[in-house]
Design a protein around this ligand. Structure first.
Ligand code: GDP
Length: 356
């Protein structure tokens, strides 16, 4: 499943946030086949369409799209040079689809800041520098290997060329995601700064309602990739049942919990969307990339569905809800039969037909 690695300086609230993520695991019990590792927390992508569909279909259970978060050891200045921690943290983040950087915005004088003062911009720079240095190390090793293999004609030159271009970007102090460089030929290296980033500002509860202060932080990053939350509040919310949590959230003036925002923004950042299946057993959201065709989408359920794909019966969510049942939607001509070329739309409700 989609995995996002959590990084940040020590004492910024990573563990607090991560505890909230793991306590939030109520619905993880719905995924009996997924082994939940101790350092993995799951948030379900909030989606009010699921409950609406489940009512129509009388579904026994709801399965929202899960987003996993992996907790990584804190990064300190010089981490990329440190033998032990350096390598371990690298191996874990390399596997992730995206990186969530937790940045301290909360004031609390009782919590020591590693660099002496709360300084979001400075902290981001420290982390980004460490990630750039880590990528440079990875590249340095790879390049000497690539040179030999290209010389021996065991590898296409484009791999080496791309690695050298990437090295130049990083040498200039820039993350790879900021450069217009197609890193596909060196994807196997799992370079960190080429991954999409989410910035999680851990702020005091009062700041969550202070538009001016939020704007100052939002200015540090692309706003579409920023999440503002209070990790302590999130951890308290995660201990409450749904009704109490909603009440507490409302009392802080927020429409959505920080964890829900995190899941949503993680999804958007990675260019993902969901389609839905529904029946008496379950109503479920399936994660796909934007632009995927119907057979590719079917393959997420089972590879056999993709191989034997014949066609898909597709309803738009709104049509189905308006009709009140599949039979009525069909009678009204709202069922679309789509073939192999069909590009899936967010919120399509689908039934696949396939050969086995
Ligand atoms: P980590 O080192 O990044 O994992 O940071 P922790 O989650 O262990 O947090 C470090 C300290 O800061 C702990 O004492 C937390 O209780 C405290 N802390 C974390 N988040 C917040 C927050 O949002 N507000 C305040 N006031 N304290 C926090």
């Amino acid at each position: 499943a989609l995995t996002i690695a959590i990084v940040g300086l020590p004492n910024v609230g990573k563990s607090t946030l991560f505890n909230a993520l793991t306590k939030n695991n109520v619905l993880a019990a719905n995924y009996p086949f997924a082994t939940i590792e101790p350092n993995v927390g799951i948030v379900n992508l909030p989606d009010s369409r699921l409950a609406a569909l489940a009512t129509i279909f009388g579904s026994e259970r709801l399965l929202p799209a899960p987003v996993s978060f992996v907790d990584i050891a804190g990064i300190v200045r010089g981490a990329s040079e440190g033998e032990g921690l350096g390598n371990k943290f690298l191996a874990n983040i390399r596997e992730a689809d995206a990186i969530a950087q937790v940045i301290r915005g909360f004031a609390d004088p009782d919590v020591v800041h590693v660099d002496g003062a709360v300084n979001p911009a400075g902290d981001m720079e420290t982390i980004n520098t460490e990630l750039i240095l880590a990528d440079l190390q990875t590249l340095e090793k790879a390049i000497s290997r690539f040179e030999k293999e290209v010389k021996g004609r065991k590898m296409p030159p484009i791999v080496l060329e791309t690695a050298l271009k990437a090295q130049a970007v990083l040498d200039a102090g820039q993350p790879l995601s900021s450069a217009k460089l197609d890193i596909e030929p060196i994807r196997e290296l799992g370079l960190l700064t080429a991954k999409p980033f989410i910035y999680v500002f851990n702020v005091d509860e009062a700041v969550l309602q202070d538009a001016e202060k939020l704007a100052v932080l939002a200015d540090l990053v692309a706003p579409a990739n920023a999440v503002f939350l209070d990790a302590k509040l999130e951890s308290e919310l995660s201990e409450l049942d749904a009704a109490d949590a909603a009440e507490m959230l409302a009392s802080t003036g927020q429409a959505e919990s920080g964890l829900d925002q995190l899941a949503r923004i993680g999804f958007d950042t990675l260019g993902l969307q969901t389609y839905l299946t529904a029946g008496p057993k379950e109503t479920r959201a399936w994660t796909i990339h934007k632009g995927w065709t119907a057979p590719q989408a079917a393959g997420v359920i089972h590879t056999d569905f993709q191989k034997g794909f014949i066609k898909a019966e597709v309803f738009s969510f709104d049509d189905l809800i308006a009709a009140g049942s599949i039979a009525e939607a069909r009678a009204k001509g709202k069922a679309r039969i789509e073939g192999k070329e069909y590009v899936m739309q967010d919120g399509d409700v689908v039934e696949f037909r396939f050969n086995v």
